[in-house]
Write a protein that binds this ligand. Structure first.
Ligand code: 5RP
Length: 231
């Protein structure tokens, strides 16, 4: 069971504001994580009381899919609806230029696919996720093909920082929806995230990384100072 922390009221505030951007007939990407879950909950309430109509959700993970089904949100797949109106998702760290680190929940590859399929990308977060430079707060998840685990780990080590194979709940390695492993890479704040993204994307065994650069259109942050919109 997830522990509800003091930041949850801010997560809810940010998520509920994002849902104000959803209108009748939209196809909406449903992000993974505790903040995005508040958006799913809000959409379910609005659909149930008739304030929203004919909305379809495209979930970023099995867990979100199950939750959306439980809440009776009508769902679609990317096969059926490859172009989404918007996606509402969380993040682990956000810089002032709207670049993010995502993937603490392990759904980074599907989250990026859904974000790229969406016309408008909204990130919702509590204020603790904001930083001046990516890498100050969050480690970077790197999704690796099991066949390539050791060479890709060596490659990341050659770039510096500390690398940890993410454990699953049973103590064995965490396995993503695609059957891959995740290396969590802690390093000093990133001087050049774009160059790093290019290096990671040049590796055949790296299936995805948690740098979401030049993807996000709007960030909604809530904290003790109130709601803030970054665009
Ligand atoms: C999952 C993610 C999440 O969006 C991110 O970890 C934020 O989660 P939370 O809202 O629970 O803090 O990227 O892969």
């Amino acid at each position: 069971m997830r522990v509800v922390g003091p930041e949850d009221k801010y997560k809810r505030l940010a998520a509920e504001m994002a849902v104000e951007r959803v209108s009748d007939g939209m196809v909406v990407g449903l992000g993974h994580g505790s903040t995005a879950a508040y958006a799913v909950l809000r959409m379910a309430v609005l659909l149930r009381d008739g304030s929203l109509k004919d909305v379809l959700g495209v979930p970023c993970s099995r867990r979100v899919e199950e939750e959306a089904r439980r809440l009776a949100i009508p769902l679609a797949t990317l096969d059926a609806r490859p172009s989404l109106d918007l996606v509402i998702d969380g993040a682990d760290e956000i810089d002032p230029g709207l670049d993010c680190i995502k993937g603490k929940g392990g759904a980074l590859l599907r989250e990026k696919i859904v974000a790229q399929a969406s016309k408008r990308r909204i990130i919702v977060a509590d204020a603790s996720k904001c930083s001046a430079r990516l890498g100050e707060k969050a480690s970077l998840p790197v999704e690796v093909l099991p066949f390539a685990l050791v060479p890709e780990r060596h490659f990341l080590e050659s770039l510096g920082g500390k690398i940890k194979l993410r454990p699953g709940p049973d103590g064995r390695p965490f396995v993503t929806a695609q059957g891959n492993f995740i290396l969590d890479w802690s390093q000093p704040p990133l001087d050049n995230p774009r160059e790093l993204a290019r290096k990671l994307e040049s590796r055949a065994g790296i299936m995805a990384h948690g740098l979401f650069l030049d993807i996000v259109d709007e960030v909604i942050v809530a904290g003790p100072q109130g709601l803030r919109l970054l665009r």
